[in-house]
Design a protein around this ligand. Sequence first.
Ligand code: CA
Length: 264
Amino acid sequence: MRGVWNSCLMATSYPSASEDHAARGLHADPLPSAVTVLVVEDEPDIANAIANRLAAEGWTAEIAGDGLTAVEAAARLRPDVVILDVMLPGIDGLEVCRRIQAERPVPVIMLTARDDETDVLVGLGVGADDYMTKPFSMRELVARTKSLLRRVSRAEQIAEAGAMPLPTIVAGDVQIDRAQRRVSRANELVHLTPTEFDLLVTLAVTPRTVLTREKLLADVWDWVDASGTRTVDSHIKALRRKLGADLIRTVHGVGYAFEPPDGT
Ligand code: CA
């Protein structure tokens, strides 16, 4: 699966479940056979517990105890996933995430101490794909890691199979180029993380239709668990900050809807 991350923007995409449905006929539920995970955590007990749990899945797990070691290890190991604690000695998880992502897109699950810390990180535009607040269950961490790996693996299969052309979504001054995975508003290119892009597309393909957090979690994250709905909220915040608050409407107690600008 490494090649996916090395080649091009298109290949680094994670297809949403709805796109995936169109691509069925490829392997069902693909999980790569050899998985390398970089665990970045300065508390040895937590780091070892995570690494041991991942090793029990048959995966290779390496621990980095500080930020600079993590950046070096990511370049050397080329991990499939990075599990990244925010509070680290030296450079913090934010900066580690930026430096790792600058070199090569790699899925990141960020570990935070509090829910509001997650909101701050999302507001800063850190390119993590998922967030988990401590304390978390190892079972949930493994499940989320697997769902992330499946999305990456599906992207590779679709790229290899020669994906069907995906039409560009145009809504007012917003253009969502699904083939190039580029988004612009008022002719300004807007940088989105792969997960933010998938979330936007999932909402935009059915404009003015309310999708529940649970539905979004299942379609975008491929993961059904009520505790993950905060992740949805956080990514919605990021989309609004980057693209404008008018584009996504909150339906309180229900979920979110894409609202085409200017009533288009
Ligand atoms: Ca820490």
